[in-house]
Design a protein around this ligand. Structure first.
Ligand code: ADP
Ligand code: MG
Length: 684
């Protein structure tokens, strides 16, 4: 019978199922084998004993040892999850997502079930979740609804060495609850050896050290300073690719824009070199990269090819990528800096500290000996770079955190148990600003408005804007504006070879010339009208991913607005009302035109400039409100709208008085006429 010679469909299905089972089993075995290879593994039992014996434990192990992915699993395996969730905080959202995905994979469960993550505007957890990774900022928000963290049996404050603002505030809060929740286990984990400080702070909690395994890394400095580190990075990568033996490359850049620029330059250099050079696989990684693409950096490099990972300092300690042999370190990172005297806050590209530079170099020696190419001189390393990064709490605006602490009922902030207290001036500034926004009364107590503001996971100025939208009856529009500014600077797409088309498309959104906030709103409205079409994004040179994110954020904001009983109403043509609502939150961020075409902030005068991306560049309105300052070659105001000075007196009478503003107004150049004068003088 001829059919006997062939497989029946049943037989084939059975065989396939068997093959899948074997593959799954060997995959599971491979994963378990990999887990056993990690440096923390030999210390598993000792670690569990130490956790059992002490309420608070400091864990120190080098990056890549397995702290983040393994320790929560060990605790789960040892039964801690029976009494409550095991939480683990991460300073960065990408790390929280990526690590949760990895752990779900290792445990063979679906992400969002037993293992989940929670980051701002995205909750990927369920009732089943027992291992919860979250940003430090999200845990801080959880305190608002669960001040004793009752649903947790263990809390691990991870990457403690990063000393982010939120992590530092969490230290004070968890130290406090540990006192009245003796059943809660607290782990503080850090990649660097200054653990004594953590130990001391947590009443001399014991330190559990896991010895590192590191291979030697040769460090090279440049002979002379580099004028352009983007260019130098591209050169360095190409040189490695051409001259060095196999092994992947990790380049540290400061943000998405730089990463995209380097990616483009590398692609250009590789174009048409397919036969002469080995394949180069370029993998960017930064905060706003969609998760499908994030996973790409972990895929093994095929034999003969070379992976080049372009990363922000997320890859310094939060993420470990196997197979990196070469590190290219331009020596910079984006940091926020804050001047409490002027209230000016900006994101600045800053030289990293020696500690950071050494962490970066270490990434080359994890699995074998490696090389680190520093794009700065040995002299500047020795003499110009700080030893350690200043904790964020000492260089940032504290408005958000103060509002949160006040909502938690912590009134005496001057005596809050900070590991390194923020400058008193910064705390006072924050209190003053919250008072000016109406969130605190003159006794420093939270007002009803302040309580509503605290519901929003946003900067107090944005939260105030959202609530003010109620007064001006434009809540729908302001929800859109707030969502769009929360996405950041990645809305518009401007490929170099189509810059003219892109600029033209973008100009459509700012017709009427009233400002960037309304332009952003028009982008969103246009996309919504097209029924959220991807095609529409292509045609208008708008990043579809950013728009999807804006839509998610907007949905959540609307949910929160409903919770604080803001009625969703409004008309997109009410430009004045929209701008008044924005000014109600951002009256601190206002500036007036100067004769030379620059601007000066109104209170605490400082020179600032319109960002080259602003739609107001040609119009130079006399009075503007801006969303944020970015310091590159100068202080640039990003996302700017025109306002009328009398609004300021109407909106914030306790902050601006009529006389000041009107007198100032007399001395000012006259808007567009001023523009003509400037054009004549050749001022851009
Ligand atoms: P630590 O927190 O001590 O720095 P991790 O627990 O983050 O270490 O990482 C341990 C190891 O797990 C890494 O060395 C890496 O090999 C592996 N790993 C972590 N995340 C991923 C991932 N998303 N994909 C593949 N491997 C990963
Ligand atoms: Mg880690």
């Amino acid at each position: 019978n001829i059919e006997d010679l062939f497989e029946t469909p049943e037989e084939r299905k059975k065989k396939e199922a068997e093959a899948r089972a074997i593959a799954a089993k060997s995959e599971r075995e491979r994963i378990q084998e990999g887990r056993r290879q990690l440096p923390v593994h030999p210390y598993r039992d000792a670690l569990l004993e130490a956790v059992e014996a002490h309420q608070i434990l400091i864990i120190v192990a080098e990056t890549g040892a397995g702290k983040t992915t393994q320790v929560p699993q060990y605790l789960h395996e040892a039964g801690y999850s029976a009494a409550g969730k095991i939480g683990c905080t991460q300073p960065r959202r990408v790390a929280a997502m990526s690590v949760a995905a990895r752990v779900a994979h290792e445990m063979g469960v679906k992400l969002g079930n037993e293992v989940g993550y929670s980051i701002r505007f995205e909750d990927c957890t369920s009732d089943k979740t027992i291992l919860k990774y979250m940003t430090d900022g999200m845990l801080l928000r959880e305190f608002l609804s669960e001040p004793d963290l009752a649903s947790y049996s263990v809390m691990m404050i991870d990457e403690a060495h990063e000393r982010t603002l939120h992590t530092d505030v969490l230290f004070g809060l968890v130290k406090d609850i540990a006192r009245f929740r003796p059943d809660l286990k607290l782990l503080i984990s850090s990649a660097t050896l200054d653990a004594e400080k953590f130990s001391e702070y947590f009443d001399y909690a014991p330190i559990f050290k896991v010895p590192g395994r590191r291979y030697p890394v040769d460090i090279y400095f440049t002979k002379a300073p580099e004028a352009d580190y983007i260019d130098a990075s591209v050169q360095a990568v190409m040189r490695i690719h051409v001259l060095e033996p196999e092994g992947d490359v990790l380049v540290f850049l400061t943000g998405q824009e730089e990463i995209e620029a380097v990616e483009e330059l590398l692609r250009q250099r590789m174009r048409g070199k397919g036969t002469q050079l080995a394949e180069m696989i370029i993998c960017p990684i930064y905060a706003n990269l969609p998760s499908e693409l994030q996973a790409k950096i972990f895929e093994p490099t095929p034999p003969g090819a070379r992976k080049v990972v372009l990363a922000t300092n997320i890859a310094e300690t939060s993420l470990t990528i196997d197979g990196i042999k070469y590190v290219v370190d331009p020596g910079f990172a984006k940091q926020n800096s804050y001047n409490p005297r002027t209230g000016m806050e900006s994101l600045v590209v800053t030289p990293v500290s020696k500690a950071s530079a050494n962490q970066r170099a270490g990434r080359a020696g994890r699995t074998s000996a490696g090389k680190c190419f520093r794009l700065y001189t040995a002299h500047s390393f020795e003499n110009e770079m700080e030893d350690n990064t200043v904790p964020e709490i000492q260089r940032t605006n504290l408005g958000n955190v103060v509002l949160m602490l006040k909502s938690l009922g912590i009134h005496d902030l001057m005596n809050f148990d900070f590991m390194d207290p923020p400058p008193a001036e910064t705390l006072l500034r924050a209190l003053e600003q919250l008072y000016a926004l109406g969130a605190l009364n003159d006794k420093g107590e939270l007002t009803k408005l302040g309580r509503r503001m605290a519901e929003f996971p946003l900067d107090p100025m944005l939260a105030k804007t959202l609530i003010a939208s109620e007064t001006y009856k434009v809540s729908e529009q302001i929800a859109t504006v707030c969502a769009m500014v929360s996405v950041g600077s990645s809305i518009f797409y401007r490929p170099k070879d189509k810059a003219v088309f892109a600029d033209n498309a973008h100009k459509n959104f700012s017709r009427g010339g009233v400002g960037d906030h309304i332009a952003l709103m028009s982008v969103y409205d246009g996309w919504a009208e097209s029924n959220f079409s991807t095609q529409w994004c292509f045609e208008n040179y708008v990043q579809v991913r950013s728009m999807k994110r804006a839509r998610d954020i907007r949905d959540q904001l609307v949910g929160l607005m409903e919770r604080v009983e803001i009625e969703m109403v409004g008309d997109s043509s009410e430009h004045d009302s929209i701008r008044k609502a924005i000014a109600s939150g951002f009256f601190y961020h206002t500036a007036r035109l100067q004769k030379d075409g620059s601007y000066r902030t109104i209170k605490n005068p400082q020179s600032v400039h319109l960002h080259p991306s602003s739609s107001l560049l040609q119009l130079l309105p006399r009075w503007v409100v801006y969303h944020e300052l970015v310091l590159t070659s100068k202080e640039f105001m990003r996302t700017v709208s025109e306002i009328k000075p009398e609004w300021l007196v109407e909106i914030a009478p306790h902050y601006y008085n009529k006389k000041d503003i009107m007198e100032d107004a007399k001395k000012m150049p006259k808007g567009n006429k001023g523009r003509a004068a400037l054009d004549a003088a050749g001022v851009e």
